[in-house]
Design a protein around this ligand. Sequence first.
Ligand SMILES: Nc1ncnc2c1ncn2[C@@H]1O[C@H](COP(=O)(O)OP(=O)(O)OP(=O)(O)O)[C@@H](O)[C@H]1O
Ligand SMILES: [Mg+2]
Length: 261
Amino acid sequence: MDGFVEFKNVSVLRGNRKILDNIDLSINSSENVAIIGPNGSGKSTFIKLVTGKIYPSYTGDDTVCKLFGHMRWNIRKLRNMLGIVTNELEHDFQGDITGLETVLSGFFSSIGIANNHIVTKEMIQKAEDMIKFLDVSFLKDKKIEIMSSGEVRRFLIARALVNNPQVLVLDEPSNSLDIASFIKFHNTMRKIAISGTKIVLVTHLVSDIIPEISRFIFFKNGKIFADGERNEVFNNEKFSSLFDIKVNLKENNGLCSITPS
Ligand SMILES: Nc1ncnc2c1ncn2[C@@H]1O[C@H](COP(=O)(O)OP(=O)(O)OP(=O)(O)O)[C@@H](O)[C@H]1O
Ligand SMILES: [Mg+2]
């Protein structure tokens, strides 16, 4: 299925401020995309629209807000096509549950497993396969409350992947990772992209960018500031005007970095 996101004239109003302002944007399900912008530019708000958590503030005749070709989605059904990992989700998972239970909860779009959830052998197998893919099998029976942030993040990604989503949305995924965990995580994102799940990466850090990302959408002040292929927008000039500071971008062995110039 193509057409993951089809937005026309989409705005989100909070108070009397447009925190997203007339967004026109299409993302198909066959591209890896980075959404980049300064703090407060509207990235997470955009992701809330894309994950069906909020709706546009206006629904005039000219507003289109379609996900996978449909205007309205049953959230549960949407989540079977879309894996989501955000910091908010990480805050939700702080209880007394194991890594395996965390991943299994992805089948029910729930936070943990309830008594009325029927967990099948196939579900356990799939969850264990994903846990292995994320290299955290040794932690699967441990409680997530004793895990580090980077470890929990891996279980949440495994949780997001159990339904074989077409697209995995990651909002600021490397938050609070130390350098070793960050490198591991970077490789994991690459592994996921190479395996065929498309990635929509939301970040203000260029170090999060993986070589498999081909399209860059820049947000600034609630608007789309630039949108293009890597060779069109991933350059010093565009980044400097995006962040209002002169910067130098570098790319080395698949890792990007940025310094003031
Ligand atoms: N519910 C809300 N009520 C009022 N203002 C809001 C609300 N949600 C977001 N905002 C404001 O909208 C702007 C965009 O917020 P958003 O979280 O989308 O930014 P962001 O690009 O994800 O930033 P960051 O890089 O810091 O995560 C911010 O200025 C924020 O304060
Ligand atoms: Mg954000």
